[in-house]
Ligand binder design. Structure first.
Ligand SMILES: NC(=O)c1ccc[n+]([C@@H]2O[C@H](COP(=O)([O-])OP(=O)(O)OC[C@H]3O[C@@H](n4cnc5c(N)ncnc54)[C@H](O)[C@@H]3O)[C@@H](O)[C@H]2O)c1
Length: 355
């Protein structure tokens, strides 16, 4: 290579290093389940500048169980090989305290899946799953409450996401941190089905609310969703399709993906996690909302303290608000009652874990 070209390249690398050190913001992001399939799609997008902005360097801590933690070295090699300018420090650990210390964002993706055999017993019941994962989320919550930043945001992806978040949040006992359980994948699925039925562009579907639990009882609200500004249900004008086809399709989409692919949704789940982070850190556009489950303050008559899927907005000061005044017809009220009751019974099943 000619000397002049070589010197120019060196100068560029040197300047970009100085720029990185002097002008880039820096955040710490922790991800549990770092060696899992969702993480594989998620991690590059967290450090590519897409999620937190091109001016933000992301220090990533990948957290795994001790039996798996060594595998993270391979993931880290790949992340380095992506060559993103926004990549900060990359750390792997099986110590949750080390992982979440000073974290700005924590994505709790790791959890024990249904069907796993523990001590010779196949874990099939939701109540057993709740208890096993509950144990994980008490420890993780306590570490987050004590060691993560006071304004940390925590997104629970691992299922049962709402109740895991409830356990984690109670265990963290830190009122300035903010917990979310992910329902954005349900919202994206719900939007896609409405767009297809109405033969409309997906970008024309707004205000998609997932009420309640991230489970088959969720209520994806087609009456308050809009297509080009009009009620999606009115545009589609087929209540039978909404009740008999649309709702079950969205509610059971996760199972349909498992049946077809032999593994649970990963790329779309990672995408939804990225969507949620972006929705939380950027102001919500007028006439739109984003979906995630947060702790109920009693809005819409939902019992206080449940982690419930609501219509949310990030205001211009970065504060997350539950959007008020959404009209709920009788059909919606019946559906919301079912998902509320399910979340109450989950809360009861883990009562000993939430004090
Ligand atoms: N909320 C949603 O919309 C949504 C969508 C899809 C999947 N999920 C859930 O996300 C979770 C992860 O899915 P996946 O496909 O990546 O699963 P996966 O089995 O591929 O990966 C999970 C990883 O978590 C790790 N893990 C388990 N316990 C841990 C702990 N205590 N600390 C750190 N890591 C731990 C495992 O070792 C594993 O590597 C599952 O619970 C799944 O049901 C949620």
């Amino acid at each position: 290579m000619p000397l002049v070209q070589f010197l120019m390249m060196e100068k560029e690398i040197f300047l970009s290093q100085i720029y990185k050190e002097k002008y880039m913001k820096e955040i710490n992001v922790a991800v549990t389940g770092g060696a899992g399939q969702i993480a594989y799609s998620l991690l590059p997008r967290l450090i590519s500048g897409e999620t937190f902005g091109r001016d933000t360097k992301v220090n990533l801590r990948l957290i795994e169980i001790p039996q798996v933690v060594d595998k993270l070295q391979g993931t880290i090699m790949e992340l380095i090989d992506c060559g993103f300018e926004q990549t900060g420090e990359l750390v792997s650990t099986s110590d949750i305290k080390e992982g979440v210390k000073d974290a700005d964002w924590i994505l709790l993706v790791g959890s024990i899946p249904r069907g796993i055999v523990i001590d010779g017993k196949k874990i099939e019941e939701r109540s057993d799953l709740l208890k096993i994962n509950g144990g994980i989320f008490t420890d993780q919550g306590a570490a987050i409450g004590e060691l993560a930043k006071s304004d940390a945001k925590i997104l629970v992806v691992g299922n049962p996401a709402n109740t895991n978040a409830l356990i984690g949040m109670n265990s963290a006992n830190n009122s300035t941190q903010q917990w979310f359980a992910m329902t954005a994948l349900d919202a994206n699925r719900a939007k896609a089905q409405l767009a297809e039925k109405a033969a409309a562009e997906i970008s024309s579907v707004k205000n998609m609310i997932i009420w309640g639990n991230h489970s088959p009882t969720m209520y994806p609200d087609p009456y308050n969703a809009t297509i080009n500004g009009a009620s999606a249900a009115e545009v589609i004008n087929d209540n039978q399709w909404i009740e008999d086809s649309y709702l079950p399709l969205v509610q059971q989409r996760g199972k349909a993906v498992i049946d077809a692919r032999g593994a649970s949704s990963a790329a779309s789940a990672a995408n939804a996690a990225i969507d949620t982070v972006k929705a939380v850190i950027n102001p919500t556009k007028e006439g739109d909302c984003f979906s995630a489950a947060v702790v109920s303050d009693g809005s819409y008559g939902i019992p206080k303290g449940l982690i419930f899927g609501f219509p949310l907005r990030t205001n211009s000061n970065g504060k997350i608000e539950i959007i008020q005044g959404i009209e709920l017809n009788e059909f919606a009220q019946t559906k919301i009652k079912v998902t509320t009751e399910e979340l109450e019974s989950e809360r009861e099943a883990v009562a000993d874990l939430i004090g």
